[in-house]
Design a protein around this ligand. Structure first.
Ligand SMILES: [Zn+2]
Length: 225
């Protein structure tokens, strides 16, 4: 059974199980090491189920998760566990407030995608042919303070027109209309970065020819009309 699939018939428990499944995948694949990263899903219009602070995403239990509103007020939490929501929740809330169509947000510190920002290399959409269709252009923010409110302010201008954003010297956010889409985008972001960095190590990065890129850009723009 694919727990990531949610619908208007899904219960709150289904939402919790979906996040746990996504957390296991992210931990097992190295996208979220130790207790880093955070995952959230929009439930209804204005409630967010989100991972707690300081808990490994590979070992979450349904009761670990919290329900908050769009202002970051906790509506539901397990009293015995005394969890608070992720300190990086402002990133998620910024995206949900600006994009009513978004129903899932993931934030991680994927090694290769983050390394691109550390090296000052813009995320390349012109190396692998499926990147523009799957991810679209991925901007990189300015440097931010170690403060989620400053990071939320830094991604703000990019949220409307993108599906994934790199946060300079920090990590990435990826989001979508469901958890599966957000996860696919996070994985594609990291996989693309890993491929490009490996090519750099081998000594040469060949970019796609202009005629292929212009055809792909046309197709990408048509899908956004
Ligand atoms: Zn972070």
């Amino acid at each position: 059974m694919n727990h990531l699939h949610l619908s208007s018939f899904s219960t709150e428990r289904d939402f919790r199980l979906a996040i746990i499944e996504a957390g296991r995948i992210c931990y097992a694949s190295g996208l979220m090491h130790a207790n880093t990263g955070n995952i959230s899903v929009r439930m209804g219009n204005d409630r967010i189920v989100i991972t707690p602070s300081g808990v490994c995403k590979g070992r979450l239990e349904p009761e670990d998760l919290l329900v908050i509103d769009l202002d970051g007020v906790i509506l539901k939490s397990d009293k015995l566990r005394r969890h608070t929501f992720s300190s990086e929740a402002p990133l998620h809330l910024e995206i949900y407030r600006r994009r009513p169509d978004v129903r899932a947000v993931m934030h991680a510190h994927p090694v290769h995608a983050t390394a691109l920002t550390v090296a000052g290399i813009p995320f390349p959409v012109d190396v692998l042919p499926d990147v523009l269709a799957g991810l679209g252009p991925v901007p990189t923010t300015r440097f931010t303070l170690p403060d989620a409110h400053d990071t939320a302010a830094a991604i703000s201008e990019y949220v409307k027109d993108h599906s994934a954003i790199l946060i300079r010297n920090h990590g990435a956010v990826a989001y979508g209309t469901d958890l599966e889409e957000a996860l696919n985008r996070l994985e594609q972001l990291e996989n693309t970065a890993r491929t490009v960095l490996t090519a750099h190590l081998l000594g040469k990065v060949n970019h796609l020819p202009d005629e292929i890129m212009s055809a792909m850009r046309e197709k990408y723009l048509r899908t956004r009309e």
